[in-house]
Design a binder for this molecule. Structure first.
Ligand SMILES: NC(=O)c1ccc[n+]([C@@H]2O[C@H](COP(=O)([O-])OP(=O)(O)OC[C@H]3O[C@@H](n4cnc5c(N)ncnc54)[C@H](O)[C@@H]3O)[C@@H](O)[C@H]2O)c1
Length: 434
């Protein structure tokens, strides 16, 4: 099977590499020439655990290559996956599908034999039809079908998520692409992974519905944590008690500073927009977006309380900047809003992140000092804020931290530590709902 993947970002690069790993011949095409140059030189433009080794192995074994131009690889491909970005459209709040549309327009002239074009990007309901029309207009000789195959991988565990997904969703409007996609995924379905087929519109909506549901679960437990803060209950106990109910389940019941990243915020906004376009209601998802915004504000309030009511001339050390551990992705990370507010109110910020500092420098205020060593953020700090639950922050040396800090306050926005443990070390502890 010859596969071309358009877009070599978090999804395209991981999917392309994993398809090569399960035996296909794959070309990843990206118009970002810098990215392709790095990949050709054996460097990985993103941080994703285990990806570097897997790329190197598949390149060495001749199953994986990279191109920055559209050409031969598309003419030879049996299947072309589109995995380009679908960011929020700033003017409408909906999804900017122009990258998908451009990819469709660019690939169309190269189609020779029957080809399945697959939207792997997260796209609004009806995009498969839209892509079909674009390709047909650009090349009326093309023999093709368009399918939807939304991706559910999570940054930080992307390879395992791709190779052992809970399910594979294939959206098709006739049986020919269905057979071909089933063949591609056979190495995974042979291991017991369920592959579910449905029409393309349902597949497109399944992705948004899944992400919006998960964001709802997080927003819900965040509200429960605020209620715990106000009432004296402990959210860790509440979440445990809820999660043991099999109808609820324990995952996504950890309170935090609010959801971030390149998917949940944009996909919830998109779902509301899709509902509006279809004259339908999405009141729950609208509330989730609002609840997430309120959670960010609550975090700033919590840190203000911890700092005695104002930030003027306060030194704040921040551990963790990315929206979750094991990624360098800073897109819509809660750290952006929270640090922006602290800095504007007069705080001096020192920050560390194991992988996210290069991207953070682009998105955060210039005045922030970045520390290569994590304990440097504690130097003369009044408050230490734990923003992301990287493993490296889970066993901190609080004796050393006490010597380094000017104040004695720890704000733990991921509930990594137990209150008693931190208080025994002589600190004041602020968690979320516990
Ligand atoms: N990141 C995730 O965790 C994740 C998970 C599931 C689904 N998704 C969805 O997958 C899609 C891609 O997300 P991502 O995080 O990989 O994005 P990304 O920004 O990391 O990568 C997109 C890539 O596409 C390239 N590109 C854009 N237009 C192109 C074109 N016309 N031709 C060739 N290359 C082009 C860009 O240069 C970029 O490298 C989005 O729809 C996203 O919602 C993302």
């Amino acid at each position: 099977m010859n596969i071309a993947v358009i877009g070599a970002g978090y999804v395209g690069l991981v999917s392309g590499t994993c398809f090569a790993e399960i035996g296909a011949k794959v070309t990843c095409i990206d118009t970002d020439t810098g990215k392709i140059q790095m990949l050709k030189a054996g460097e990985i433009p993103i941080f994703e655990p285990r990806l570097e080794l897997m790329v190197a192995r598949n390149v060495a074994e001749g199953r994986l290559k990279f191109e920055s131009t559209f050409g031969d690889a598309l003419s030879k491909a049996d299947v072309i996956f589109i995995a380009v970005g679908t960011p929020t459209d700033g003017s409408t709040g909906g999804i900017n599908t122009s990258y998908v549309e451009n990819a469709a327009r660019s690939l169309a002239p190269f189609l020779e034999n029957y080809t399945v074009i697959v939207n792997k990007s997260t796209v609004p309901v009806g995009t498969a039809d839209q892509v079909s029309k674009i390709i047909f207009v650009a090349n009326d000789n093309a023999n093709f079908d368009v399918a939807s195959n939304p991706e559910f991988l999570r940054e930080g565990s992307a390879i395992d998520d791709f190779m052992k997904p809970d399910r594979i969703i294939v959206g098709v409007d006739n049986s020919r692409p269905e057979e071909i996609l089933k063949q591609i995924y056979q190495p995974l379905t042979d291991q017991g992974v369920p592959l579910i087929t449905m029409d393309s519109k349902s597949a497109e909506l399944t992705k948004y519905a899944s992400n919006a549901f998960l964001a709802t679960k997080v927003a819900f437990i965040n509200e429960m944590a605020a209620l715990c803060d106000a009432s004296g209950a402990n959210v860790k106990s509440v979440a445990k008690g809820m999660g043991l109910d099999k109808r609820i389940g324990p995952r996504f019941l950890s309170p935090g500073p609010g959801v971030g990243g390149s998917c949940f915020p944009k996909d919830t906004r998109a779902l509301v927009n899709i509902a509006q376009d279809n004259n339908a209601e999405a009141r729950i998802v609208t509330s989730v977006i609002e609840a997430n915004r309120r959670q960010l504000e609550r975090m700033v309030k919590k840190i203000r309380l911890a700092s005695g009511g104002n930030f003027q001339d306060k030194n704040i050390g921040i551990m963790g900047l990315t929206f979750k551990p094991n990624t360098d992705d800073m897109r819509e990370s809660p750290a952006i809003y929270i640090i922006g507010e602290l800095e504007q109110a007069g705080a001096q910020i020192k920050a560390h992140d194991p992988e996210g500092m290069a991207q953070a420098k682009i998105l955060l205020p210039n005045s922030i000092s970045y520390c290569d060593a994590m304990y440097e953020v504690c130097d003369q700090a009044d408050i230490l804020v734990l923003m992301t639950e990287w493993d490296t922050y889970k066993n901190l040396d609080f004796e050393l931290i006490q010597k380094l800090m000017r104040g004695q306050t720890v704000v733990d926005l991921r509930n990594i530590y137990e209150r008693n443990y931190i208080e025994r070390g002589g600190f004041q502890y602020y968690g979320i709902g516990c």
